[in-house]
Ligand binder design. Sequence first.
Ligand code: 13P
Ligand code: SF4
Length: 337
Amino acid sequence: MGVELAYTDAVARATDRLYPKVAKFVPPAEWHAYAPVIAEINRLKREKNAVILAHNYMTPEIFHCVGDFVGDSLALAREAARTDAQVIVQAGVHFMAETSKILSPQKTVLIPDMRAGCSLASSITGADVRLLKQKYPGLPVVTYVNTSADVKAESDICCTSGNAVKVVEAIASDFGTDTVIMIPDKYLARNVAAQTGVKVITWEGACEVHERFTADEIRDYRAAHPGIVVLAHPECPPEVVAEADFAGSTAAMIDYVGVHHPQRVVMITECSMSDNVAAENPGTEFIRPCNLCPHMKRITLDGILHSLQTMTHEVIVDPAIAARARAPIDRMLAVRA
Ligand code: 13P
Ligand code: SF4
């Protein structure tokens, strides 16, 4: 990382107000190592006119201490389209950074670790989509944002877990069809089909984090913690979603806790999220299954600092592909969620 950063009085002044948000997860000794990095990241952001778009799965010290804008994939995409900053540092995975670059081609988009992928994005290529379109001509292609720019470029509309139901209903109506191709998450597609009545032709993709949850596990939580509220992400298998009290995007789960203030909750999703939400909801007890996304966890405070110091790693999307990928993203953003 270059020069060793020290915990000075100036660092303390710049970061003291941030510590209460993460105190439950970061002991004081560790904070003394984090705080100088946080202060330097926040200084470099100002110097370089940069913003950090942080996904809800980031660890608490990133989420609460350096993220300028935090949210689910949909909110981060909207922010990428609207920010005035010249540099976007994506504290999330590669497909999110690509989406930011597609929406803001004139900006520099950085990702701290190029290896931050996604099992859904790597499950399908643009060539696969072309074959699907040949097999099912005339059907609209609804593509989850957790995909590469190549795949988006072959699509009619994108969706996130936050707007998938609305998007599928809208595109089915626009095309006058009761069937859509929905790729690449077979579970999200089945969950949306169950909610909309629209038939889906899907793909064998799955999220390596959410596919591990089982309906038995949910029943065990209910038995062990009577009255617990179960919130599930729609990337979970349908039998898991069926056992939940509510299913929605990461942002929708956070909103649920903020609105309903359940006494006890379990979030069936990546485990950093409970830490982030717990900090803002001290009255709710969180039971925490710990399924970590190895890709999201490649993004660290040191990595973000290095990214801003060296202006790496820049995310580049071929302009011809970016132009074709932008249309389905814009079409999605025009759908009222
Ligand atoms: P959200 O859009 O709900 O934030 O989900 C993104 C993701 O990668 C979930 O695994
Ligand atoms: Fe992809 Fe799943 Fe990780 Fe989200 S949690 S980035 S869907 S592998």
